[in-house]
Design a protein around this ligand. Structure first.
Ligand code: UT7
Length: 320
């Protein structure tokens, strides 16, 4: 049987960290106390005007490819999860492929908002397991700052820019043990950017809109359910999960999820305090930070799980 293993990770956070007080100084009607108490976020990174999603993806990808001891030319599949692509088309994955100086392999984007990386990883896993591809680059990358309404304090303090990447390779040893993907399109309105470009103008609303409390409640519910579902598929008792890496949205959501699953918080990876909610980038960013900090190690059982607009949710159980 062909398995798919993560053999390298990388990440990128653009520029210097921007503190909560720096947002107050920019005129956002908020406070460091409110943001820290309600979300756990202390800083985020904001890409400069000339920096695109593919630039952040490139930096994270180069790190991941180097960590896997490969060259870009070895990659035969690129999947980028993003809701803030460089262009309407071509895909950010194609632009990333060109920036890596390679051609010929498959390249496409996945749009599942904050669950995008989980969708992309599960897709790459399936494509490797069928023998169709051998060495995949799976990336979550965003410039969410471009779709924030800085007059809406209920959303603009929460998000940031960044990228994370993994190399996934065919192997005879397990790797990705189980995946679960879900969506409920009837909940589209609770987290959306309800605008479009038509006839040369933006119609509708080009900014992120969110019903924070509705998202919070649904997130805690589905993150619990999907981690249980995915562990059960692999016959892994929950207490054998070495690390839980949920989408980094809000420290209260992370802690509630770990608590509901009966996992001590020292099995929970938290990086949201440093980069805010980077949507599709947050899970590979947190994974890369945890590997480079020496916390996640070879052989560990790692539950990656995401939730976000769509509404979408999913999990991937990985043996590192
Ligand atoms: O990838 C998934 C993305 N989304 C999420 O993860 C968001 C999930 N939701 C949340 O994390 C929380 O709902 C929030 C952090 C967004 C909000 O926390 P909350 O505890 O649900 O606060 P709230 O919306 O009920 O607002 C409480 C108060 C309100 O004031 P009043 O009406 O009580 O006077 C808000 O106007 O806090 C006020 N408020 C703020 N105050 C200072 C809202 N945003 C801010 C702010 N600074 N940035």
């Amino acid at each position: 049987m062909i398995h798919a293993r993560i053999t390298g990770t990388g990440s990128c956070l653009p520029g210097d960290p921007v503190s909560n007080l720096a947002l107050v100084a920019r005129g956002v009607d908020t406070s460091d106390e409110w943001i820290v108490e309600r979300t756990g976020i202390r800083t985020r990174h904001l890409a400069s005007a000339g920096t695109a999603t593919s630039d952040l993806a490139l930096e994270a990808s180069r790190m991941a490819i180097a960590a896997a001891k490969l060259a870009p030319a070895d990659i035969d599949l690129i999947i980028v999860a993003t809701s803030t692509p460089d262009f309407i088309f071509p895909s950010t994955a194609c632009l990333l492929q060109a920036k890596l100086g390679i051609k010929g392999g498959a390249a496409f984007d996945v749009q599942a908002v904050c669950t995008g990386f989980i969708y992309a990883l599960a897709t790459a896993d399936a494509m490797i397991k069928t023998g169709m591809h051998k060495k995949a680059l799976v990336v979550g990358a965003e410039v969410f700052s471009r779709i924030l309404d800085w007059r809406d304090r209920g959303t603009c303090v929460l998000f940031g820019d960044g990228a994370g990447a993994v190399v996934l390779e065919a192997s005879d040893k397990p790797g990705i043990r189980a995946s679960s993907l879900h969506a409920d399109g009837s909940q589209a309105g609770i987290l959306c950017v309800p605008g479009q470009v038509a006839g040369g103008v933006v119609s509708g609303d080009p900014f992120l809109r969110m019903d924070g409390q509705a998202v919070f409640k649904l997130a805690v519910k589905v993150l619990d359910e999907v981690a249980r579902e995915t562990a059960a598929k692999a016959n892994l008792p929950l207490e054998k999960i070495d690390w839980l890496i949920p989408h980094q949205a809000n420290v209260r959501i992370l802690n509630s999820t770990a608590k509901k699953l009966g996992l001590p918080t020292d099995h929970l990876i938290v990086t949201v305090d440093r980069h805010g909610n980077t949507s599709a980038a947050s899970i590979p960013l947190a994974l890369d930070h945890a590997i480079r900090a020496g916390r996640v190690k070879p052989g560990h059982q790692v539950m990656l799980e995401g939730v976000g607009g769509g509404f979408t949710w999913g999990a991937v159980l990985v043996e590192m």
